[in-house]
Every structure is written in C-alpha cells, then in structure tokens.
Design a protein around this ligand. Structure first.
Ligand code: F6P
Length: 299
C-alpha cells in the first residue's frame, strides 16, 4: 500500500517550490497520505533529515520564494554506495520520493528509481531547460525579475546615452535571456544556442547606433558565454559609446512567485497526488499546450 511520500527540493531553488510543497501536502493529506519533508535535497535523504509535514504550519510560507525544505547540490549521489545507503535509509519509511529540481536532480531521481525507490520528478528551476516540458516552475518569476531589472537599467542607460550589457542566468539555456529580450525590445540577445562572435556584436551595435544613439541600447546575454566586463570595454573602444556591464546574479532567482508560477504549482501538486493514487510511478511531470502531463522517467 502506498502511504508515505517523501518530498525534496534539489539544485538551485526556484520561486514556487514552497507553493508546490504546500499543495502536495494539502492534496496528500486529503487523500490519506503521510507527507514527509526531506531537508537539504538528496543530502538530507542520505543523512536521514526527514520530518512529517502538516499543512497548518505551511500556509504562511506557501507563497514565499526559495524553498523552506532547503536545497543542495549533492554530486556524491553518483556514488553507488551512497545511493545504496539512501535505499536502506528509506526502506519501510518512504514508499515514493518526489524530487523537485532541475536536470541534475532528474538524473538522481532516475538512478534511485532504478534501485526500486519509485520516484516522481517535477521540473523546478528558473532555467526552463528540462526536456519534455514547455515550462518549469520558477521560470516565470525569474523572467519577471529580469524584466524589472531591464526596465531599471534602461532608465539609467538611456539617461547617459550608454550601452548596457546585462548578464542573466540559464546555465546552458538561453530561454530566460531570449524571453526577456522580447519583453523589453533589447537591441541584442546572445544565448548559448545562438552565440555571436565579438566582432559581429560590435558590428551590429555600431550599425544600430550609426545615425543616432539608440534608446534601447541593452544587450542581454546568458551567463558563461563572455566575460562581460571585457566585452563592455571592447564595445566602448570600438563604438566610442560609453558601455557598462551588470550581472544580475542570484537576485533573479528570489522573490515571491508570480501568479502563473503559483497556478502551475497548484496544478502540478494536484496532478502528482492523482498519479500517486493511480499508482503511476517512475514519472516526470511536465506542461504541454498549457496542460499538466506526465511521462516516463528515463534517460
Ligand atoms: O540552475 C539554476 C541556476 O540558477 C543556474 O541558472 C545557475 O547557473 C546556477 O543555478 C547557479 O548555481 P549556484 O546557486 O549554485 O551558484
């Protein structure tokens, strides 16, 4: 009989994780399930940091950012002995493990699922880089944070007739940069999927500013492509337009989830508990054409 469900958040936290946990607990309890919170991701599973959750004390934090279960990266999970210990730790205590996280967390869920700890993986990352889902929990809030940052940046950049480079997160995925660029009509967007050589960047920016200095002189770039300080210097020398660079950093990952992330969290919570009741395990949850779907957890 399925009775005890464990939940953990792993990798980078994402806004909406708390809303999702709240809904999993709420719908879980309604369905006579015991919901256990595992603290600090897979590390907590290894160290037996497990506590029974109750939805009464969760409503206050249900719409806050971050994850109250805390998160961690736990590369040690690649080690078979560590996984074996986790399987021993969870035996008779947890029937199903819900893993909320990004790509790395999915790999962990897959490995434990193979070792007979049934897992359900839920996409929780601002990067929106998980195959099989159109959106991930936290993406829309991070996008909103970036858009607000660009609006602020534009005010000061425009006042000085400057070019500004804004670096955003995304790891190896340019979706945040691309969407923010569309939302703010930035002059240029550089993503891992469409890297642009420095010479080409300078050519494009020179062309845009040829007649008059543009009012939209924002270049948005995904992290880990160029050293943005150096790039700003080079652009300034070549275009003779003052250029500044800003890395948005972890600010974009925080804050209360926007409505869309809260609604996604609610729908995913409900769908996941329904799946559990149907004993459909070893699954990933996703969003397709606006609907919550599930598909097999596999490589
Ligand atoms: O995966 C989420 C993410 O925010 C990435 O966009 C970023 O590259 C990474 O996490 C940063 O990780 P950390 O918080 O460990 O510095």
């Amino acid at each position: 009989m399925i009775k005890n469900i464990g939940i953990l958040t792993s990798g980078g936290d994402a806004p909406g994780m708390n809303t999702l946990i709240f809904n999993l607990v709420k719908f879980g309890i309604k369905n006579n399930l015991n919901i256990f919170g595992i603290y600090k991701g897979f590390y907590g599973l290894y160290k037996k940091k497990i506590k029974l959750l109750n939805n009464k004390n969760l409503s206050n934090i249900s719409n806050t950012g971050g994850t109250f279960l805390k998160s961690s990266r736990f590369p040690e999970l690649k080690n078979y002995k560590i996984r074996k210990k986790i399987i021993q730790n969870t035996k008779k205590k947890i029937d199903i493990l819900i893993v909320i996280g990004g790509e790395g967390s999915y790999k962990g869920a897959l490995e434990l699922n193979k070792m007979n700890l049934p897992c359900i993986a839920i996409p929780g990352t601002i990067d929106n880089d998980i195959l099989g889902t159109e959106y991930t929990l936290g993406y829309f809030t991070a996008l909103e944070n970036i858009v607000k940052a660009i609006d602020n940046l534009k005010d000061t950049s425009w006042s000085h007739n400057r070019i500004s480079i804004l670096e955003v997160m995304g790891r190896k995925c340019g979706k945040l940069a691309l969407a923010a660029s569309l939302a703010c009509s930035c002059n240029l967007v550089i993503t891992p999927e469409k890297k642009i050589k420095k010479e080409e960047i300078i050519q494009k920016i020179t062309k845009i500013n040829k007649k008059n200095i543009s009012d939209n002189n924002i270049i948005i770039i995904t992290e880990n492509i160029y050293n943005i300080k150096k790039l700003a210097k080079e652009i300034e020398i070549k275009t003779k337009i003052e250029t500044r660079s800003t890395s948005l950093g972890h600010i974009q990952r925080g804050g209360k989830p926007v409505s869309l992330d809260r609604i996604i969290a609610y729908k995913i919570g409900l769908h996941t508990i329904k799946l559990i009741k149907k004993k459909k395990l070893g699954q990933c949850i996703g969003i397709k054409n606006g609907k919550i779907i599930n598909y097999k957890l596999k490589k």
